[in-house]
Design a binder for this molecule. Structure first.
Ligand code: SIN
Ligand code: CO
Length: 405
């Protein structure tokens, strides 16, 4: 991908310019960003998907000025008639279930995939929407069917936003839009986190794809990292203690009798300090934990074991597989592997482009090829470097409309 080439998707800006001028800074409206964009699946198929318990969905309705939210799974009978105004169905993680939705993400490959969350598709009847709100995400809102009016307010810092009380969803109390745009199919709006926005369907049968990029809070990321490091440390300590026939516990055989039982023993404070600091003591411990956390598959994801697949036809990542790398490791679905030399180069290529051609698979060392076979057997990789190639077992359907690969 040429990062300096002007892209219709970004209104004629190159990826480099877009990142400098807009990313995390200010919204961008692009008319006909994706002129031939079509919904990655039909309304009926979306409604069916919302009924599945491995798919995250929400129904938001406004009736007589009252907001109602129902979390999925949503059987068809839970959804109002399509002709009734004022409701919307939102289905998260469409890229995990619908190959055409997954293929749409390839247009956003100028952004680090570690930031990508998912592609959500909403369907709305006339006037349907979720009310004025903020997201903590960077989001590209692509209109794929019908029309939606977007009103966009200023960026609100944490603490500046006030919410309407007593509602089942977070709706901004004082929403003062700066922009008012009606998006037609093919139009796209980029919004950085914190910008108030309100999208209302105009005329019904409105479908909007949201490609969201997560931005963790320091606390949430630290909690995930430390939990992972602590679990690993515990396993290691337990194995070591078991080998000695002992237990990996805080011990205080020297504790004297105390007249101040409320006081925290200094030895316990020292033990706590040491327990936390040793989590980060190993070189690269934090980087490794980060790579594992970032590639952890989403909850509810499962992989269909690959039947008799081998890497001779090349491989590609299954839709739910997350792969990343840093200077020393390759990460896939929450696991880390040390890699160097040509193997590391080829694995990085697989992580960047999500596929590895047959001739490149053949250049891997025998241990790296064995690893790749394990990933194929687990369904993390699919045979064939592009959809439609290779065996069909465990493969997703061919890429549908709306894709550009
Ligand atoms: C929608 O598609 O209706 C909601 C998307 C959003 O506002 O984030
Ligand atoms: Co939003």
């Amino acid at each position: 991908m040429d990062l300096n080439e002007p892209l219709p998707l970004l209104g004629g800006l190159s990826a480099t310019r877009f990142m400098r001028r807009h990313w995390q800074k200010k919204p961008l409206l692009v008319r006909q960003a994706w002129p031939d964009a079509v919904p990655p699946l039909s309304r009926a198929a979306l409604f069916d998907l919302a009924g599945r318990d491995d798919v995250e969905s929400r129904l938001v309705q406004q009736q007589a000025g009252r907001w109602q939210v129902r979390q999925g799974p949503l059987p068809r009978r839970a959804l109002p008639p399509a002709g009734r105004p004022g409701w919307t169905l939102l289905v998260q993680g469409l890229d995990l279930h619908v190959p055409a939705a997954h293929a749409m993400l390839s247009r956003f490959a100028f952004l680090p995939r570690a930031r990508l969350d998912d592609l959500m598709l909403s369907w709305a009847s006339d006037t349907g929407g979720v009310g004025p709100h903020l997201d903590s995400y960077d989001v590209f809102l692509l209109q794929v069917q019908g029309h939606r009016r977007w009103r966009v307010g200023p960026c609100l810092r944490p603490g500046q936003a006030a919410w309407q009380p007593g509602l089942p969803l977070k709706i901004l109390r004082d929403f003062e839009p700066l922009h008012d745009w009606v998006l037609a199919p093919g139009d796209m709006l980029y919004l950085p986190p914190g910008w108030g926005h309100d999208g209302v369907a105009v005329g019904g049968d409105c479908m909007t794809c949201s490609v969201g990029f997560r931005a963790p809070t320091p606390g949430a990321l630290a909690a995930e990292l430390l939990q992972r490091l602590a679990d690993e440390q515990d396993d290691e300590d337990l194995t070591r203690a078991a080998a000695r026939g002992g237990q990996a516990l805080y011990r205080d055989p020297g504790q004297p009798a105390t007249a101040t039982p409320g006081a925290v023993p200094p030895a316990l404070q020292a033990f706590a300090r040491q327990a936390v600091s040793r989590l980060l003591a190993a070189p690269q411990a934090l980087e490794r934990a980060l790579g594992e956390v970032l590639t952890e598959p989403k909850p509810q994801v499962w992989f269909a074991a690959g039947a008799d697949a081998d890497a001779r036809q090349g491989v590609r990542l299954a839709a739910a597989t997350r792969m990343a790398y840093d200077a020393r490791h390759v990460y896939i679905n929450g696991e880390s592997f040390r890699a160097g030399g040509r193997d590391a180069r080829l694995m990085r290529q697989l992580a960047d482009t999500q596929a590895l051609a047959a001739r490149d698979c053949a250049r891997l060392s025998p241990p790296a090829r064995a690893l790749m076979q394990d990933w194929l057997d687990s369904g993390w990789l699919l045979p064939g470097a592009s959809p439609g190639e290779g065996q069909q077992a465990g493969c997703s359907a061919p890429v549908g409309p709306g894709s550009l690969t």
